[in-house]
Design a protein around this ligand. Structure first.
Ligand code: ZN
Length: 210
């Protein structure tokens, strides 16, 4: 039996599967692994959350970078890996997809929001840091590229930021707790495209095995 058949057998005999995905599943969709050489992290000095909060200039820089690199994200389509997972979710065999990715491709492949646990947030929309209200990127892009206007919340005038988790920003508690619950409840845990080096995310396979 080859490895693919072995995996198929494990999937067939599992009752509750959880997938854990990292950058590697999206490289085939044209999204570069931002930790790899030439990736975003090696070209730009990261903007820490506290700096984003305290400085207009840093916020402006963050949005400038966002819209300069956004095209790759907008053009990306889900690939066979995303679709295979979506099928398992649809069949009711996979209870959740825990992901380190911020590209939204699991949802785009047909997986409902409620089944995707995004540990590092999502870069395809923005949220108000005060009230959590969701803001779409299109109007923000138009205003920012047009007149350099920084986005403020339409509801509470709070600071609006892409819905990703920045350096120095706390991991999202609800998502972490959900990821842990799903991991403990599954009988098959599949890791795809993650080198599992970043904690706390890297601890999940161990929790599953235990
Ligand atoms: Zn708000």
């Amino acid at each position: 039996m080859d490895q693919a058949e072995q995996l198929q057998q494990m999937i067939d005999s599992a009752k509750r599967i959880v997938a854990f995905t990292g950058a590697g599943i999206s490289t085939e969709s044209g999204i570069p692994d931002f930790r790899s050489p030439g990736g975003i992290w090696t070209r730009y000095k990261p903007i820490y959350f506290d700096d984003f909060m305290s400085s207009d200039e840093m916020r402006r820089e963050a949005w400038r970078r966002k819209f300069a690199t956004d095209e790759t994200m907008l053009k990306a389509e889900p690939n066979a890996g995303h679709r295979a997972l979506a099928k398992l979710v649809e069949q009711g065999r996979m209870s959740a997809i825990i992901t380190q990715n911020v590209d939204g491709l699991h949802q785009r492949s047909g997986v409902p929001d409620s089944k995707v646990i995004e540990l590092h947030g999502n870069s395809t929309y923005a949220t108000c840091l005060d009230c959590g209200h969701r803001h779409e990127l299109d109007p923000i892009r138009r205003a920012f590229l047009g007149s350099g206007k920084l986005p403020l919340c339409v509801k509470c005038e709070g600071i609006v930021k892409t819905a990703t988790i920045s350096f120095g920003q706390a991991m999202p508690e609800i998502q972490m707790a959900r990821a842990q619950d799903e991991t403990m409840a599954c009988d098959l845990f599949i890791v795809l495209g993650s080198s599992l080096v970043v904690y706390p995310a890297a601890g999940f396979p161990r929790i599953a095995k235990r």
